[in-house]
Write a protein of this length. Structure first.
Lengths: 359, 359
């Protein structure tokens, strides 16, 4: 296999089984002749699927006996999962055989294993999961993190998230000087929890330094996440996960309401025929499958988490994202940013966690 | 004024000024001949508006010199706002002249003043703000709280919210045995923050008692808020506010995407003509103006907070909600539920905050 960008794939994660995953690989392979795959899972099943999809030339299959269940506790997965498809998927990145790991499996287990197999990048206190969130702006997306790597985040973590998220916005959205906002329940200084006011000071201080390559815009609210006020929204993993799932639920609710509305009467069904192209156009724009993938930031190696329920289209989007990460040396560049931050933090007189801004 | 259900209205709150509010009153008055109003604000302006809308017979006007600004700190509003429209709106309920208070003003200030003017109902540790959230179910809505009365909530508060929210579901949605869920980032016991696991135990214990009039369904996730898994979603005010505003932002984003899709080409604009009725049908169903109003739970008196940006239609919905609260003796019945809870809590051997469930 002489492909430049080898992606290591966990074929056993996700709710739809290996067939949807191999279908997604085939979709991506048709559009991109630079990628190759190492795919982990039930070799017998995978060989059939890979042959059927004509992927044998660009795909190595590795048999792994175990599977991490979707509801397995991360601690259990770490202890018992050393022969799982997920573990070996990450190992292929650790050994350098693949450039990026991709799994639709259990998020908590994947993060815990990633930290063990790939280790945190130097200077990183806590890795985070970032997503591209559809937004009303020229680039079409905002970066939002943390989406659930950890339910807590102190001011230092939130600053790290801001730095890593800004790098994602630079590489993924082409925004050179990303605007960063801190998610809160209002925009006035006194709003929200005490720790947020402290993080607000830390971020103000950081962004005010000479040569800072992000702009801090202060607090933002939930309705700013799909907006154009900032490019990066920073929050703890608890709040980020609630926001993401609430948005998914809202979008699904509206999709259903729209479908019901057009199915209501013969006339509305007739109207639907004329509206179909427009509806599809809108659907494409808000389709969660179009950008499928939480990106793990702050590790020595690139990891993408695909949505557990992703179909072939969704999984192919995750492969595209993984490919872009490999191509831009994404995880190395994020690691450099954090190392720079850590170096500044350790310089006397610049302890951003301790110095309070003037705001 | 001999109307049975007098609603005390703050005409100076909100972003659109008194005209939108008086228009909303007129809309409601056309549909409902049991309501009357005491309206607080700039009497000169209000007299003109009230006369123009033909409301003079069912509307008392009270001149109040001050206005609480939308961005005023609650503490400042409490000190300096004793002659504001908001303060006097609440006073009319405290004195018994009106059955329910309604304001589109600053939420934090309204809650702080409500606690001072109306006081907490006996046994209530912390009042909460609840909303009806459009959901995919026969009743069309779920009750979600707290939406921002307080950014923190301990297990005891969350139990109180569950009890008050369940009463809202009974009175507002006609669900006799409401199913309650605790908002978290996953459904497994180990997920989320430590305090949530404690609240989970407290709720399990409470719901398992004989005669409990709510069913506890454990953790729910963001995507369950608009679903049919539970009828009441309980969370702290920080998380609730983020979820609500994220949902609002998502809905606005999709509305815009839909509009853009239909405006894309002459053919899509033609298609839009046929789709119009269906789109309007959907829009009605998800229209946030249709149920406008956060309901304050746990006070000696009924208070409804209308959305700050509400237009006449939105404000009229808030009046409808206020009327229903008055008609069902809502705040008294919620207070009874909490008093019952407090009595149980004080019974030796039933200290729900201390006893851990077996789950």
């Amino acid at each position: 296999m002489s492909r430049d960008f080898v992606i290591s794939i966990d074929a056993m994660g996700g709710d739809r089984g290996p067939a949807a995953i191999v279908d997604g690989m085939a979709r991506s392979a048709r559009k991109n002749n630079e990628i190759g795959f190492i795919v982990h899972g039930d070799a017998e099943k995978l060989e059939k699927l890979v042959r059927k999809r004509g992927l044998a030339d660009i795909c190595q299959i590795r048999n792994t006996p175990d599977v991490v269940a979707m509801d397995e506790k991360p601690s259990v997965a770490m202890r018992k999962g050393r022969d799982s498809s997920m573990w070996h998927t990450l190992q292929a990145v650790a050994t350098g055989e693949a450039r990026v790991a991709l799994s639709s499996g259990n998020t908590g287990a994947l993060m815990a294993m990633s930290m063990l197999v790939l280790r945190k990048a130097p200077g990183v206190d806590r890795p985070a999961i970032a997503v591209l969130w559809p937004a009303e702006k020229p680039q079409g997306f905002n970066v939002v993190l943390d989406m659930g790597a950890d339910v807590r985040a102190d001011p230092r973590n939130l600053l790290e998230y801001a730095v890593m998220g800004a790098e994602y916005a630079r590489l993924g959205l082409g925004i050179q000087q990303p605007r960063v906002g801190l998610l809160n329940v209002g925009t006035e200084k006194t709003k929200g929890r005490a720790q947020l006011a402290e993080a607000d000071d830390v971020l103000l201080e950081f962004a005010a330094r000479e040569g800072a390559d992000l702009t801090y815009r202060g607090y933002v609210e939930g309705n700013d996440i799909p907006g154009d006020k900032v490019d990066v929204v920073v929050t703890d993993g608890f709040t980020g996960n609630i926001a993401l799932k609430t948005a998914e639920g809202t979008a699904a609710f509206i999709r259903k309401a729209l479908k019901d509305a057009f199915a209501h009467s013969p006339l509305s069904r007739f109207g639907a025929l004329f509206a179909l192209t427009s509806l599809k156009r809108m659907q494409r724009r808000i389709d969660p499958r179009r950008v499928n993938g939480g990106v793990f930031l702050g590790l020595n190696g690139a990891v993408v988490k695909s949505h557990g329920g992703a179909d072939a289209t969704g999984f192919s989007s995750a492969i595209k994202l993984a490919f872009q990460m490999a191509k831009t040396d994404f995880s190395q560049r994020v690691a450099q940013q954090v190392a720079k931050l850590a170096a500044e933090r350790d310089t006397p007189g610049a302890e951003s966690g301790a110095v309070r801004g003037n705001a």
